[in-house]
Design a protein around this ligand. Sequence first.
Ligand code: AMP
Length: 427
Amino acid sequence: MIQKPKGTYDVYGKKSKQIKYIEKILNSLMEKYNYEYMRTPLFENSELFHRGVGETTDIVTKETYDFLDRGNRNMTLRPEGTAGICRSFVENKMYGTYTMPVKTWYYGPMYRYERPQSGRYREFYQFGCEVFGSDNASIDAELISIPVNIYKLLGLKGIKVNINSLGDRDSREKYREALIKHFEPHIHEFCEDCQERFKKNPLRILDCKIDCDKEIMKTAPTTIEYLNDTSKKHFDKVKESLEALDIDYVVNPKIVRGLDYYTHTVFEVEADIEKFGSQKVLCGGGRYNGLVEAIGGPKISGVGFALGLERLLNALEAEEIDLDENNGIDIYVAPMSEKEESYSLGLTQSLRLSGFNVEMDYMNRKLQNNFKQADKLNAKFIIILGEDEVNTNILTIKNNKTKEEFKVSTDDVIEFFDNNIEEEHHE
Ligand code: AMP
């Protein structure tokens, strides 16, 4: 049998219900925050990721799915969402036609050729937001509040918000020099990747998973020590805004984030749950004031985050939060025989289009089995359709809970259900 590719998974059953529930929350929250949904291609010209995500970032140097298309173009399956959104923002000149800030969100699969393990896949889903055109620290805080509120709405308790600041380009440059000074005498003791990072982007050494326990790593200077006044002011305002939003956070100087383009605020939301696997980072993001320019756009700032769906599901499972709210269906339509099937089909459609959740029997079940099936589907009402009902257009409707029976003319059936089924189930 042909099996699914390594590092991928199928969605069905309980997981399918959980994901649909989460997606509903994401959609409605984004409307409340007034963000616009954007969709960009799953593959882009490879160069976009080299320029956008960075030449020294593992996800670009080691983990991309690259291919030559039939026209010999270098293509890459997107490993993350920011570069594509920025490309689209620039290509579609959104900076000229929208009022600032431009607040956008996306949701979809990302691809990284990583070693699969729990919470780490080769195809995984990210929900993310990107905001362009505002340097205001309140936006940084608003963005941090989005994942925090998503987790809150889902009932997740064990989360920890870590924030840090890399400062503006000037502060970052000074910090870079300090790092070079710090690591230079010892760089030969480091892994090959780190030696490469030392030349291209020494900040990335701090993210190394091989050399992370070295003493010289622990004594490295922190970005906070090198913030100039402007950068310090920005970071103070982020903290103040988080306090105004009632969001608990920890300033963690170890957070420098893997991607090359970050400036100022960087943050990660981590699962703080006992026995949670090693892939603890649920969500990460930050400000990238140089990225839009780096991919050929105007000098416009950006800030965003990406939240992983699979790790969120793991966290919900670890806290034993069940999102499978089986509200059941509104109406189950049971034709007595094949003769009433067409009539049932028509009735089912008109009820559905009037806003009710409706299922009918397609299996020629006996009446008793139809009752069982209606119970299984947690149906509120059952419509039993026999020859009489079809001839008279007077329907027999049974309340599946109270077992009360009603005779209702087809002309009044919508009104009947409108009066008897709670509003929340039909949109
Ligand atoms: P990153 O783009 O690396 O900052 O990742 C942002 C978020 O995406 C992480 O916090 C994870 O929740 C999720 N994520 C990243 N890589 C993977 C992966 N290979 N499998 C599942 N989730 C991932």
